[in-house]
Write a protein that binds this ligand. Sequence first.
Ligand code: FEO
Length: 169
Amino acid sequence: MLSKKIESLLNKQVELEASSSQYYLAMASWAQIKGYNGVSSFLYKHSDEERMHMLKLIDYINERGGHGLVPTLKAPPKEFKNVQHIFEQILTHEIAVSNEINKLVEQCLAGKDYTTHNFLQWYVSEQIEEESLARTLLDKLNLIGNDKGGMYLFDRDLGTLETEHDKKK
Ligand code: FEO
């Protein structure tokens, strides 16, 4: 059985994963209308992954006798400066998510909830992967700079990049 405190912290994480999903969905839609088909396809998949992270948490909370709550979300931004800026925002956002996961892990240890601690290890590894992917893509974009040809290839490659989402299909 979950303590009320851990249940509430897990529900906060549900909200964060849900808002991450919306955030990436807004980026995907922006990239699509700007003609970056590869970037938008990558971001749509990324948004789906965040929804999966949210669902996994809701299921866990419910399985442990709590109640996974569907949050009210603030609308994400509509406009983005450029693709590079999007990936900067993704990296910053994922670092913030990792910090929240780490705090949650600490609270589980403090409350001696080893089951939830164990459950959260999946998120700890996932965050390492997500941060590393965002850093790699941002490094590439920094190399490309204002080179239109480079950006064309980046977009094309991102459309064919196999992500965690593809592997789970
Ligand atoms: Fe579910 Fe990207 O953190």
